[in-house]
Design a protein around this ligand. Structure first.
Ligand code: PMT
Length: 397
């Protein structure tokens, strides 16, 4: 876990979003971090120190003159920290940090520390758009700060605009992805991933599909983003993600085929994790098909293009990986797909297991390349995705 055993100071400044900092502190602790909180005077007007000292089991730093065993506390804390999160960060606090002001315990801790700094600003939308704030944020980025931008949402002012603090778990995850990406094994690479089950329309209300949830594909997207790659994902339905991701919606196999064709040339790596329907109804009925007392209904199906095989044919220098969803002779069938689809890697999963493959959060995969066969134990889809991305990076090395 990324935050395991990390020393983290959370600075809480004076915004209505300060209450969310308590949840953030709790998540960091749950992820194995040692957390201490410094509250500014304005922050303490929104949330009391007792909340944070109870969560962290540590006194909250509020006074610049606080000492412990004759040592100035903010300097001691500054040396202890691996990361300093400022959540929420007000426009005023950002201005202070950008200019190196240190007139209270929180800003003095920041100035005295070489820890990596992460700020999640939250404020009125006009304040966020103000040239002075923009200048300060630009300066902080230049100084190496990670800025988790506010999101568009309902503000305390009573309307929707950009200025809202992202949810605490999104702040933590975005920081994790972006920090890992800085030294990632796929830095500078562009990766295209397909995810989810395609839908083949029969009439305006019915379609043929499968049990794919898109989880494997989206976990691969996270693992690839953590590895520093620029990620594009094509799936039937976009998902909200904590980190930046280019998402393209393609519902049917034909739409996915067109989108992959368009995007492939811009990417160095392609992973086909989508469960793409092999067949589609020959005819789409523009009106809802009626029972009309008929005893049965026959639907003629025609074959869809094989997207992975097409990508294999247009391979050039691209790394191509596919999945094999198998129920028997898993390795043999997957090896056959490696050859027939001209892929560099096939990830075989036994979809007959109830804890692997479609819809569940875990998977048991075997990574097959031209050189190696690596059978992995059952693990979360995210852990499996990270292993797959590691293997791809090794193959590219
Ligand atoms: O989405 P989840 O619920 O997390 O489930 C994950 C998963 C089980 C869908 C995933 O791990 C997986 O196995 N995806 C591939 C499913 C599949 O279609 O397998 P296949 O053996 O039928 O196809 C082999 C490969 O060809 C796959 O990479 C597939 O994306 C690709 N293919 C298949 C048909 C087609 N017309 N075009 C293709 O490109």
């Amino acid at each position: 876990m990324f935050y395991q055993n990390k020393n983290i100071i959370v600075i809480v400044t004076g915004s209505i979003a300060a209450f969310k900092a308590a949840v953030l502190v709790r998540y960091l602790i749950e992820q194995g971090a040692q957390v201490r909180v410094s509250l500014t005077a304005a922050g303490a007007k929104f949330v009391g120190p007792l909340t944070f000292s109870t969560l962290t089991k540590y006194p909250v730093l509020q006074d610049i003159f606080d000492q412990n065993d004759g040592q100035v506390l903010h300097v001691k804390w500054a040396r202890w920290a691996d990361y300093i999160f400022v959540v929420p960060a007000t426009a005023d606090f950002l201005a202070k940090a950008a200019n190196g002001l240190a007139d209270d315990a929180a800003s003095s801790t920041l100035l005295a520390s070489s820890a990596r700094k992460i700020a999640a600003p939250a404020m009125n939308d006009q304040m966020w758009e103000n040239q002075a704030t923009k200048r300060n944020v630009k300066q902080l980025k230049k100084d190496g700060w990670l800025i988790i931008e506010p999101v568009v949402g309902f503000l305390a002012e009573g309307y929707d605009a950009k200025g809202r603090l992202p949810e605490p778990e999104d702040i933590i995850l975005q920081a994790q992805v972006r920090l890992l990406a800085e030294k990632g094994s796929l830095k500078g690479k562009k990766i295209l991933i397909t995810a989810g089950g395609t839908r083949e329309a029969l009439d305006p209300v019915r379609y043929l599909t499968n049990r794919s949830s898109g989880k494997m594909g989206y976990n691969l997207a996270q693992a690839a983003a953590e590895a520093g790659a620029e990620v594009t994902i094509i799936s039937p339905k976009s998902k909200k993600t904590a980190y930046p991701l280019k998402q393209i919606e393609a519902v049917s196999a034909l739409e996915m085929f067109d989108s992959v064709k368009k995007e492939l040339k811009n990417n160095d790596i392609f992973i086909s994790a989508a469960a793409i329907s092999d067949f589609r109804p020959e005819k789409f009925s523009s009106q809802k098909i009626k029972k009309n007392g008929a005893a049965g209904l026959t639907i003629d199906l025609v074959q869809n293009p094989d997207i992975l095989a097409q990508a294999g044919r247009e391979k050039q220098n691209r790394f191509i990986a596919g999945f094999a969803a198998e129920t028997e002779k898993i390795i043999d069938h997957a090896k056959a797909k490696l050859v027939s689809k001209k892929a560099d890697m096939i990830i075989a999963n036994d979809v007959s297991r109830s804890d692997a493959g479609f819809s569940v959060d875990t998977n048991q995969v075997t990574i097959i390349s031209k050189k190696t066969v690596k059978k992995l134990p059952l693990m979360s889809k995210l852990a499996a995705a990270r292993k797959i991305i590691d293997e791809i990076a090794k193959e590219l090395d």
